[in-house]
Design a protein around this ligand. Structure first.
Ligand code: 6PG
Length: 273
């Protein structure tokens, strides 16, 4: 499904100007089809180049339809499941069989249907022990598995407050060193436990550095309640966590209602691709 609107525009992030594509779709079904097609392309490209693809999965509800289609595409195209490495961009402090579990959602909609080998799925193992130690272990485990390679594809959602992964504007990041700092784009690290009143407690999340090192970052954004946050995220608003994340290529895939009138002018800074 070709997007009803495509604009390529640039935004300033710090001193750097980065190109951002924004695709708009009539509904979530069309968005999921396009996100699936993009993901399959990026996965095959990475496997062609380096014999594997590293994919970071988003949580929440919006990605579920994309994951279902992606599972079918991977099976149909006979992409070897052992050539994929799956990480989770963030997780709630719940066990995997909890309906709130991001990993649980991804396993049901994608990883089980493709029979992903256990060794290719990096679980946060959330919900037991302590979140700070859990995040530390995840960082070590993921860094080992990635072998110094960056992610090929990062899926991210976005909340109406502009949070992405579990980088909530009101969160504090807690490190195993005992250090805790307000969430921010410059906070170094691989994975961290965050505490957020908005999120009602503990969360686990990959840090901006890891997400920003990705080849392609894809934001999946649906729902009219997100249009103001989408404008801030695209515009590089420093107070909006989704504005902190920019891959080598960054793509916002939004439904028309998420675009709303707040983004009606997004064509003005057009760089004709
Ligand atoms: C989570 C997510 C979070 C999510 C947004 C959007 O654990 O909740 O990782 O960042 O992507 O909250 O969620 P929806 O897609 O459900 O609107």
């Amino acid at each position: 499904m070709t997007p009803s609107t495509r604009k390529c525009w640039s935004a300033r992030v710090g001193a750097e100007t980065v190109a951002i594509d924004t695709f708009v779709y009539p509904d979530e079904e069309a968005l999921a089809e396009a996100a699936c097609a993009l993901a399959l392309g990026k996965i095959q490209e990475a496997i062609g180049e380096r014999n594997r693809a590293i994919v970071v999965l988003a949580g929440g509800n919006t990605p579920r339809a994309t994951y279902r289609l992606l599972a079918r595409g991977i099976v149909k195209k006979r992409i070897p499941a052992e050539r994929l490495l799956w990480l989770f961009g963030d997780e709630r402090w719940v066990l995997v069989d909890d309906p709130q579990s991001n990993e649980g959602m991804a396993r049901e909609s994608l990883l089980h249907p493709i029979a992903a080998p256990a060794s290719t799925v990096l679980s946060w193992e959330a919900g037991h022990g302590d979140p700070v130690g859990c995040a530390q272990r995840y960082g070590e485990k993921a860094a080992d598995a990635m072998l110094g390679q960056n992610a090929d594809l990062v899926f991210l959602g976005m909340g109406s407050d502009g949070h992405t992964a579990s980088l909530f504007p009101d969160a504090t990041m807690h490190f195993s060193s005992g250090r805790s700092v307000a969430v921010g784009p410059e906070v170094p690290g691989f994975a961290v436990a965050v505490h957020s009143l908005t999120a009602k407690g503990w969360r686990l999340t990959l840090c901006p550095d890891v997400l920003n090192a990705a080849r392609t970052v894809v934001f999946l954004v649906a729902g009219a309640e997100k249009s103001q946050a989408l404008r801030r995220a695209r515009g590089g608003d420093p107070a909006t966590p989704a504005a902190w994340i920019r891959g080598e290529r960054t793509v916002f895939m939004a439904t028309r209602d998420a675009l709303g009138k707040e983004n009606a002018d997004f064509g003005r800074d057009v760089r004709h691709g």
